[in-house]
Design a protein around this ligand. Structure first.
Ligand code: C2E
Ligand code: MG
Ligand code: MG
Ligand code: MG
Length: 279
């Protein structure tokens, strides 16, 4: 992005560093106003039952449509929101929107909400969830929160206690992107995770004939079966991957093959069509 200002290598390097810092500063300032400016939007991606291909849940995925900077991917702005702790008001907004939307769906359809470590480590996280469910009038069992293994990095005890409280409310908890982080099986022993989400990396690998990926999915399915948890395969993009995942015994499937993250109105349409088909 930074232009070579003609001052030689050294100068242009400094110039680009400066430009980068400036861009970062502007993005942060804009993100601070994103909720107020109505720039945030939740998309919903279907999660389907591996056998019946029925929608069992939608995962809420955040988008930032910045008036100043255009559409910015969560891979870019979520880490920024975490560093600046803006993820706290943003995460609360996400929870409220997602729970409210789910009340418009048939009662067998759940909603999955991603939660960042900084949110989980707030002392009132479980209270915020309880109040949000209450206000939206959504039954707790219809909410599954998703956390990655990284929530156990800074203060595992606090993270564990917060998840325990959320489980006691009657909500489910999924372990997202399983196998990509700093995996430790220790917390699987004491926390009643509902679901393990197998990262797309393994799905892709297994479909391409990678024996290690295949073995890891098999192991995760066997382990979650015997611990009474379910498995969701993430990032299933085509029929071959879907067939393979199904044969490996994953409980649920999510990916572009069944549906991309879509606007709330499209999600409702999808559910309506499904109800008609089954009537
Ligand atoms: P995630 O929770 O693991 O979400 C799955 C990501 O995979 C999403 O990316 C989704 O669009 C993408 N995906 C789904 N199916 C396919 C597929 O078949 N192929 C490929 N290539 N990708 C697929 P997205 O929406 O860009 O979100 C990225 C990450 O940002 C999420 O990963 C999650 O960690 C984070 N994120 C998104 N929304 C929120 C939020 O509201 N709060 C927090 N804390 N994090 C969020
Ligand atoms: Mg997720
Ligand atoms: Mg994931
Ligand atoms: Mg992911």
């Amino acid at each position: 992005q930074a232009k070579d200002l003609g001052g030689g290598e050294h100068c242009s390097f400094e110039a680009s560093l400066h430009a980068l810092a400036e861009e970062q500063r502007q993005l942060e300032a804009s993100l601070r106003n994103a909720i107020g400016n109505d720039e945030l939007e939740l998309l919903y991606q279907p999660v389907v039952d591996a056998n019946f291909e029925k929608v069992v849940s939608f995962e809420a995925l955040l988008r930032w449509n910045s008036k100043l900077h255009g559409v910015i991917s969560p891979a870019k702005f979520i880490p920024m929101a975490e560093e600046t702790r803006m993820i706290l008001p943003i995460g609360k907004w996400v929870m409220e929107q997602a729970c409210r939307k789910a009340t418009q769906w048939p009662s067998h359809v759940m909603v999955n909400v991603n939660v960042a470590a900084a949110q989980l480590l707030e002392p009132d996280f479980a209270d915020m969830v309880a109040a949000t469910l209450d206000k939206a009038n959504l039954a707790p069992h219809r909410l599954e929160i998703e956390v990655t293994e990284s929530v156990f990095l800074s203060d595992a005890g606090v993270a564990r206690a917060a998840l325990e409280k959320v489980l006691n409310l009657g909500c489910s908890v999924a372990l997202d992107d399983f196998g990509t982080g700093y995996s430790s099986l220790g917390y699987l022993r004491t926390l009643r995770f509902s679901t393990i989400k197998v990262d797309r990396l393994f799905v892709q690998g297994a479909a391409q004939g990678n024996r290690e990926s295949l073995a890891i999915i098999r192991a995760v399915v066997a382990m979650s079966d015997s611990l009474g948890m379910t498995t969701t395969a993430e990032g299933v993009e085509n029929a071959d991957e879907a067939a393979l995942i199904r044969s490996l015994g994953c409980t649920k499937i999510q990916g572009y093959y069944f549906g991309r993250p879509m606007q709330a109105i499209e999600a409702s349409d999808l559910l309506r069509r499904e109800t008609l088909r089954r009537a």
